[in-house]
Design a protein around this ligand. Structure first.
Ligand code: SF4
Length: 334
């Protein structure tokens, strides 16, 4: 059974208006950061969310937790409609749903000690204060590979990897069931990345956690996820079990992402598919299939008709007009 179910979730922002547009009364533009996203995460599962920087992955993670209020759609957690919860109930729910942020430098208050940073959720949720909070904080710090003697230090006294461990401790201290891991290793050196990934996997196993793991690195997603969702310009274009999606990707965008990683556990070597141009602006997304401006397989219909999401295997879906032709950019790129 799904612990988290997201249905048709959108997050749109008011776009910038130039002086000329303001004076002429032109309506606000809209940034469609997340558009009509549906996904689910089973209890104890890791769903990897992959896509280029700026595609809306982090906004989706925050909208799920209502750190950014969704524009429309529904988020259900353990059967409760998170999107409809009034503030007191939402606060109580946040004990169970936490987030680890990407930047271990910016996400920790430099004026607070580790004890204050990690202990803050205990006070906010009325779990513990004083000596009891300190004891809980010590235990959580040990779980993440730090020790009680570091409680009264400040963030600047730690390395990047240690700071991320503090961020993980802060997420764990309220004893959550579900954590949005928002690019938790992308700001770290590769050797430290491996340590933090191992720590997150150990914690998941020991504490029975469920993760939505966001990354732009498909090799990281392939290593630790049970299932994967591929996001392009605010929409999910392919989802499925990690082995199915990475060994036999059906969407051209997923194929292009995979082609950039020569070694991810697959036996054959793949050439590089170079996409033309940058990710289009969510202020003015292309009509039809949003990937058509960069897709080497695009045909005329792709410019005007939005492709349906279709089942292409057990638990495996993709949204592309050319699925029946079984084309692969990876074949041509070898
Ligand atoms: Fe490419 Fe067309 Fe498929 Fe979109 S629908 S991914 S543009 S082939």
């Amino acid at each position: 059974m799904s612990l988290l179910r997201v249905s048709c979730l959108s997050k749109h922002y008011e776009g910038p208006r130039s002086l000329v547009r303001r004076l002429s009364g032109v309506a606000h533009t809209v940034v469609r950061a997340v558009n009509d996203v549906s996904l689910s995460v089973d209890r104890g599962e890791i769903l990897g969310l992959i896509g280029e920087s700026g595609c809306g992955k982090s906004t989706l993670g925050r909208a799920i937790l209502r750190l950014h209020e969704p524009t429309s759609g529904k988020v259900e957690f353990d059967g409760a409609d998170v999107t409809a919860l009034p503030p007191p109930a939402l606060k109580a729910m946040r004990r169970r749903m936490q987030i680890i942020f990407q930047d271990p430098y910016a996400s920790l208050n430099p004026r607070r000690t580790v004890a204050e940073i990690v202990g803050l959720p205990l006070a906010l949720h009325g779990i513990a204060r004083g000596d009891e909070a300190r004891r809980i904080t010590e235990r959580v710090l040990e779980k993440v590979g730090l020790h009680a003697g570091q409680l009264d230090r400040y963030p600047h006294q730690f390395s990047g990897g240690q700071r991320q461990r503090i961020g993980i401790a802060r997420a764990l201290v309220s004893n959550p069931e579900f954590i949005v891991c928002d690019e938790p290793v992308s700001a770290l050196d590769v050797s430290i990345q491996a340590q933090i990934i191992a720590l997150l996997l150990d914690l998941k196993r020991d504490l029975g956690l469920t993760y939505l793991f966001i990354s732009h690195d498909i090799s990281v997603i392939g290593y630790l996820s049970d299932r994967v969702a591929v996001m392009y310009l605010g929409e999910i274009v392919e989802t499925g079990p990690v082995a199915a999606v990475l060994d036999a990707p059906r969407h051209p965008y997923t194929q292009s992402l995979l082609s950039a990683v020569p070694e991810i556990g697959v036996k054959r070597s793949r050439g590089r598919v170079r996409l033309q141009g940058d990710l289009p602006s969510p202020l003015n997304p292309p009509a039809g299939c949003k990937f058509h401006t960069r897709c080497p397989l695009a045909v005329a219909a792709c410019q005007t008709v939005v492709p349906e999401t279709r089942q292409v295997g057990p638990g495996h879906t993709a949204a592309c007009h050319r699925l029946d032709e079984n084309l692969s950019l990876l074949e041509g790129a070898r």
